[in-house]
Design a protein around this ligand. Structure first.
Ligand code: PEP
Ligand code: MG
Length: 596
């Protein structure tokens, strides 16, 4: 039994599938001598297609960002032509008769070992580039694997060091029943994906890759943060019962889909969804969310090794809006940097503190054309539907699209952002393109902005609290570093105090406020937020049914009382314990999803 961080609730049992850097078919057999030539040809084909990709990307990034930013793709192409590296892979295919993917996996192991023995920052950078190239090659090689996979038969638990966005894409619609990772925390990529799919997950399980092999039976307890490898029959039977309870409850709650979200005393709430793309938007509708409160657009860049231009972005935004419940969406501009990097942005200098560094709008400001392209695409996606016979800019049905900017620190940035939106509007008018007026919002995730919120409200149409970041900055603890992430507790007294003030300030100024961090979907945190006066919540859509059910059991005065009680407690642990006990009393039927 191994302990990690509970990041996505529920209990599940399945067969482990360990993902190393590269997807390799487990137990992949050694090739027969006559197969080596075919495998070499497959590798060469993947190499050729990757070179073509990289040239295309280079020219796109040159146009959209800068020559400097595009240079990274020339580096990647040079890796594909590096005789030493290519020679190694060819040799392993020919002499050791490995599959192309297994040879690439071996290449990654080879470089990892080199890296472990060296502190050389150049080598680290180089390793990141090689990894990007290998992932690109693998995506071509694994097309066959995706179509005809022996890997994912029956319930599968994905076990990985850390799940890369590109790997998540390769998982596609496979029957992944659970996710376990060595690194990561509540707000890491794997956790967010797990929650958006409603899959139980445990992150930060130190050493799990050493103790698990593909094919092992795993129990994942996403409530308690436990992973059990090859449990004995009694333990297995006990967990099977819990698994059944969890799935039964989930199915039952999904029936509330069409019910309005309201408290026991009839106060209406907005339960919105956080999405990464059009599939999530569809899931949001299926789970009963009333709109999209956060569209993380950086996933367009993180999950596909491409650089969508204005027209492509426009098409994607339109699809997301069309799939969104009530066709509403709050679209956030690129939030690259910190834990989310794309090869051509923000990788110039290695930063000692990436989360405190060049990320989000700080990075967008320095790529003005690239930034304007995105803003233009969002404004165009907000264009009202034209009425019959009407082709002009005005009239039609308004699309409730909002634009939101991440990591705003001060009021000067808000002014600069407004100027960007105005410039995008001017350009669109000049180009005779239809666009819509959008509400202008800031994410509140930097403590400085929380302190100054009353001053900032005059410059925005709405606020969305990004509690994932706000909490990590408030506690000065990297949310993805397992050594300190235990400090990132949304229920800690300091967080409660800051959030209470922010919500009160927004309500006093009549500025719409939403919270779109992960705590919106955590029952204990939800009741406190409700007590603070928050009425709009955006969360992974998998949590919407639970929160809707919980809301129906609680009155506003009850939530206010619980907030007051929490404000008298001095530690996070006491607050958590008190709230859990109260919630079990208020909504006993939710027991299987209350993280203990
Ligand atoms: C947040 O910080 O709370 C948030 C919603 O943004 P992200 O998790 O994408 O940083
Ligand atoms: Mg954030």
């Amino acid at each position: 039994m191994r302990k990690g961080i509970a990041v996505s609730p529920g209990v599940t049992i399945g067969t482990a599938y360990c993902i190393h850097e590269v997807f390799v078919e487990p137990g992949g057999e050694v090739l027969q001598p006559h197969q080596a030539a075919g495998e070499l040809a497959r590798f060469e084909n993947a190499r050729k297609r990757s070179v073509e990709d990289l040239r295309l990307l280079q020219s796109k990034v040159q146009q959209q960002v800068s020559n400097e930013a595009a240079a990274i793709f020339a580096v990647h192409e040079s890796i594909l032509h590096d005789p030493n590296l290519v020679g190694k892979v060819r040799g392993w295919i020919q002499d050791e008769r490995l599959s192309a993917q297994a040879a690439l996996a071996k290449l990654m192991d080879y470089f990892k070992e080199l890296l472990d023995r060296s502190e050389d920052p150049y080598l680290q950078e180089r390793f990141a580039d090689i990894r990007d190239v290998v992932i690109r090659l693998t995506s071509y090689l694994s097309e066959a694997l995706q179509k005809d996979s022996k890997v994912f038969v029956g319930p599968t638990i994905v076990v990985a060091d850390e799940l890369l966005p590109s790997q998540v894409v390769m998982l596609g619609d496979k029957p992944v029943h659970g996710i376990v990772t060595q690194a990561g925390s509540q707000t890491s990529h794997a956790a967010i994906i797990a929650r958006s799919r409603g899959i139980p997950a445990v992150c930060g399980v130190t050493g799990i890759m050493r103790h698990t092999q593909t094919g092992d039976t795993l129990v994942v307890d996403g409530r308690e943060g436990l992973v059990i490898v090859n449990p004995d029959p009694e333990v297995l039977a006990a967990y099977r019962k819990l698994e059944r309870e969890f799935f039964n409850l989930r199915d039952q709650l999904a029936h509330n889909r069409d019910k309005p979200a309201q408290t026991r005393d009839g106060v209406s709430l907005e339960l919105l969804a956080n999405v990464n793309g059009v599939d999530d938007a569809k899931a949001a509708a299926a789970m009963g969310a009333s709109g999209i409160g956060l569209f993380r657009t950086e996933y367009l860049y993180l999950t596909h090794a491409s650089v969508p231009g204005e027209e492509e972005q426009l098409a994607i935004y339109r699809d997301v809006i069309a799939a969104s419940p009530n066709h509403t969406a709050t679209i956030r501009t690129l939030d690259i940097g910190g834990d989310k990097t794309v090869p051509f942005l923000g990788r110039g200098d290695r930063e000692a503190n990436p989360f405190m560094g060049w990320r989000s709008i700080r990075l967008s400001f320095e790529h003005p054309n690239f930034f304007l392209t995105q803003i233009r695409a969002i404004l165009r996606a907000a264009a009202p539907e034209p009425r019959a016979g009407q082709a002009s800019n005005s009239g039609g049905v308004a699309t409730p699209v909002q634009i939101m900017f991440p990591m705003v620190t001060n009021i000067e940035e808000l002014r600069r952002l407004r100027a960007f939106v105005r410039r995008a509007e001017q350009q669109l008018r000049k180009d005779n393109k239809r666009y819509g007026k959008v509400a202008f919002g800031m994410m509140l995730e930097v403590p400085a902005a929380a302190v100054m919120i009353d001053h900032m409200l005059g410059s925005v149409d709405f606020v969305s609290i990004g509690s994932n970041d706000l909490v990590q900055y408030l506690m000065a603890a990297d949310r993805d570093n397992p050594k300190v992430s235990h400090l990132c507790q949304p229920l800690s007294p300091a967080v409660i105090r800051v959030l209470t003030r922010v919500v009160a300030a927004c309500n006093a100024a009549n500025t719409p406020v939403t919270l779109c961090g992960e705590m919106a979907g955590q029952p204990q945190a939800f009741v406190l937020l409700l007590g603070m006066g928050l009425r709009r919540f955006s969360m992974s859509s998998a949590f919407v049914p639970t929160i809707k059910e919980l809301a129906a059991h609680v009155t506003i005065s009850q939530a206010e009382m619980l907030l007051e009680q929490a404000q008298h407690q001095k530690t996070e642990r006491k607050i958590h314990k008190m709230l859990t006990a109260e919630l079990l009393r208020i909504a006993p039927n939710l027991e299987p999803v209350l993280i203990q």
